[in-house]
Design a protein around this ligand. Structure first.
Ligand code: XIL
Length: 466
């Protein structure tokens, strides 16, 4: 595997910087990496024994900016549309895997697991299924499952076997399957899926079942009875198409009660929509919401992973289905990481750092320094940062200066182990009177807290010694 592009550092030649009354000429300045050089969400999740994935759809596979992120950031892919009945069995007995196969091949080429979605669902169901006589529908459903799960045998780690079979009040949805086959159709679907691919984990998947309510109670009772009867079910999928500021308070408790029944739980279609346009306050709330969902999953061992329902706001189903709402994902339309991305990143144990090097190649004392910025923590409206100054020169420093720009309206309020001055957006931190002397290759660290109303990207730093 090649190193991430972000690791490459661009060297800007011959930048002259005035430092503490002396002029250091001929400094080489390395720009901060544009991309995060650290681990991906997929890698962070894997380190916690989970996956972090994204749904995707065929049209976007032609967009190279999109696939660059899809192929690198995620450990898992869900086929967003083209494994649904209308695509794979558009007419009775005629199966077409051409589109879904492209997505599965993409995932395999990028070492990503695949969640299969979905075998039996009332939506995106070709109309011919509605016309199947009641006496033939069980055979048609079994044949569909045998073909589709059989085609992807060994290539799909989870199957959403049945999707959205309950109403909000916990009653069975009156789909064609329910009407013609009765309550037993779900168990029949799971048995057929097990027979077709014995190694795939078999999931029941639904929405508005994230918290404890009448619908999730119905799902709970079904799973419990399947377990008692030996119906092969391995997991439940909580879709988690959520609304800004409305992560259910019982999410973790609900995940736990399913785990206690002996099934896995997956967050299968996460997005958190807001009224558009975005603003900093909504972004901050969304980040808190994504953090809460991630933490709830991490708190329960049997919560095996999280999938976002596509990753970029430009490729989300939300605006077309919920007019006036959107911006529900973790990357913006231009594939820039949003605060919600960083909230997941940090919740999964990632630490945000960047290093900017300003090396004195000729100066008054042969010293130089690097400054490494780390977001220690971030919360709704504020953050804590930390900067480590390293002496890269051959003689001890007598003082150092680190500067950056607060580009998104952030502030630095309280700072320790340094002396801060701000001038508009410019922050300048000089050593305190006790930590200006840093030995060659030694370090000293200062910290601070500040406010951030929304985006709080890692700034580029300059560092100079005296
Ligand atoms: C959505 C897709 O994202 C859209 O492109 C499509 O038009 C409709 O279906 N619950 C599910 C998903 O289980 O299959 C749905 O996906 C979103 C809601």
């Amino acid at each position: 595997m090649s190193a991430p592009a972000g690791r490459a550092r661009r060297v800007l030649a011959a930048t002259a910087v005035a430092v503490a009354g002396t002029l250091a000429v001929g400094m080489a300045v390395a720009a901060p990496s544009a991309a995060q050089a650290g681990p991906t969400l997929g890698q962070l999740a894997a380190a916690k024994g989970r996956y972090f994935g994204s749904a995707t759809d065929n049209p976007t596979l032609n967009n190279s900016a999109y696939t660059a992120v899809l192929g690198s950031e995620f450990g898992q892919i869900t086929v967003g549309n083209t494994q649904k009945w209308m695509y794979v069995e558009p007419s009775r007995g005629r199966f077409d895997y051409s589109q879904a196969d492209q997505i599965v091949a993409f995932a395999q080429a990028h070492n990503q697991t695949v969640r299969g979605h979905t075998l039996v669902w009332h939506n995106q169901l070709p109309s011919w299924v509605n016309d199947v006589p009641a006496g033939e529908l069980l055979g048609v459903m079994r044949n569909h499952i045998a073909n589709v799960a059989g085609h992807y045998k060994g290539k799909v780690v989870h199957w959403d076997v049945v999707n959205e079979a309950f109403e909000e009040n916990g009653a069975r949805r009156q789909s064609v399957f329910q009407q013609k086959l009765g309550d037993g159709y779900i168990a029949e679907a799971f048995k057929a899926a097990r027979a077709a691919d014995p190694n795939a984990k078999l999931y029941y998947n639904d929405y508005n079942v994230e918290g404890i309510n009448a619908k999730s109670d119905a799902m709970y009772n079904m799973v419990k009875s399947f377990k008692q009867q030996g119906i092969p079910i391995d997991g439940v999928g909580l879709q988690a198409h959520l609304v800004l500021g409305q992560v259910p308070s019982t999410l973790q408790q609900n995940i736990q009660r399913f785990a206690d029944l002996g099934v896995d739980v997956a967050i299968t279609e996460l997005d958190i929509r807001m009224r558009t346009p975005r603003d900093a306050a909504k972004d901050a709330q969304q980040a808190a919401d994504y953090r809460a969902v991630t933490n709830a999953c991490l708190a329960v061992t049997r919560c095996v992973g999280i999938t976002v329902w596509d990753f970029s706001d430009g490729h989300s189903w939300i605006p077309s289905v919920f007019p006036g709402e959107g911006a529900a994902l973790i990357y913006d339309e231009d594939f820039a990481k949003k605060p919600s991305y960083w909230a997941v990143y940090e919740a999964l144990g990632g630490t945000r750092t960047t290093t900017t090097t300003t090396t004195t190649t000729s100066g008054n004392n042969g010293s130089g320094c690097t400054a490494t910025y780390r977001v220690v923590g971030q919360w709704n409206g504020g953050y804590q940062g930390e900067v480590t100054v390293r002496n890269t020169g051959s003689t001890a420093t007598t003082g150092w200066t680190v500067k950056w720009t607060l580009a998104q309206g952030q502030t630095v309020n309280s700072l320790w182990n340094g002396t801060v001055t701000t001038n508009g957006q410019e922050v300048t931190v000089r050593n305190a009177n006790y930590n200006g002397a840093v030995a060659p290759n030694g370090t000293t660290t200062f910290g601070f807290t500040g406010s951030s109303a929304g985006a709080n990207p890692i700034p580029a730093l300059t560092c100079a010694t005296s």
